[in-house]
Design a protein around this ligand. Sequence first.
Ligand code: RFL
Ligand code: PHB
Length: 388
Amino acid sequence: MKTQVAIIGGGPAGLLLSQLLNRAGIATVVLERRSRAYVLSRIRAGVLEWGTVEMLREAGVGARMDREGLVHDGCWLSRGDAMVRVDFKEACGRQVMVYGQTEVTHDLYDAQEAIGAVVLHGVEDVALHDLTGAAYVTFTHEGQAVRLDCDYVAGCDGFHGVSRGSIPPEVRREFEKVYPFGWLGVLSETPPVDHELIYASHERGFALASMRNPMLSRYYVQVPLTDRVEDWSDAAFWAELKLRLPSAVAAQLVTGPTIEKSIAPLRSFVSEPMRWGRLFLCGDAAHIVPPTGAKGLNLAASDVHYLSEAFKRAYGKGNTGGLESYSADALARVWQAMRFSWSLTMMMHRFPEQSDYERRMQETELALLERSATARRLMAEGYTGLPF
Ligand code: RFL
Ligand code: PHB
């Protein structure tokens, strides 16, 4: 097979890149290890920055998001019963869109099908070759060994993919912080407890009240890494969530059976550079943020923004400047989002063996948000996303 850009991974990063490139007349082949149903069963992100919203519209996949997504002007942060609202619109003139990653991916698959883009599922043994020369990718599909020749490879295969490891170790540098806890998340067919998100800090640990639509709620509680999903009955989950939310909010909580329950560990990770020869990394393949700042999917989208623009210039005008500067351009924004996610994670979670001093610092940070419009503006700019 032959194409212009081989895309490894059919998650949001790979599909969005493929969609934008195909619309610009650049040929792609997407290689995805899993089935479409499996990719769509992963419940993940829920909050889109406005830049992501605009990219999805530009990619021709904004119609259902604009109909069904929930535009939010702000969010709540709480500590015990004290609540602080950060009004994004007032603080920095921006908003966010609550629309699930599952829905984004669904819309992208439909759009790719409609324009006849090539997306191969169930692809195994993907290997990248000759990345500083005449690049090609080999894989197995439906029992057949296949060689795909290409101009470039986009590594959009997530944290556990093969692309990042195809960059020689002597070229690569990793930065990592692993947090000593995870998030237990549930989805339930109940009305959300508030019409905005509530990030709750509590002596017992962090909790988050989020949503997908007016009859679908998404809640999380911080748990030790040793906990397993089986340890948490629905009743135990709801009881713990109620304890961590402000009591006035907990009194309003509608509980019900959960339709999904999973535990995700929290990690900050960056691999530099994001480009090696003809290989370009995008999204979770290059970096991971803890979910506290709602940045993972949005960073994948911003990488795709820089890369798709660079490819359009390279193929359209023969100008490869954007490809040359891709790694530096993407990483500058990645590190800003890293800082934001890290600082919100540090402020809101209960750490094992945390000193009284550190707890007071967390309280003081929240108090600063309450008393200072400048602090709220900084938070609002970080949450709604820096411009590309
Ligand atoms: P993905 O989604 O992991 O997709 C990568 C795809 O590559 C495939 N793959 C391979 N294909 C072929 N060959 C191989 N060798 C392959 N290896 C892997 C995989 O099957 C998969 O389909 O990465 P991508 O596209 O970079 O997208 C990143 C986002 O999924 C991720 O950053 C977000 O989900 C993170 N995240 C959140 N981000 C937000 O912006 N806002 C949020 O509110 C938010 N909440 C979350 C989150 C992530 C969570 N978890 C579980 C990690 C909440 C949670 C709980
Ligand atoms: C979600 O709705 O899944 C969600 C929202 C905000 C976050 C993380 C996850 O910060």
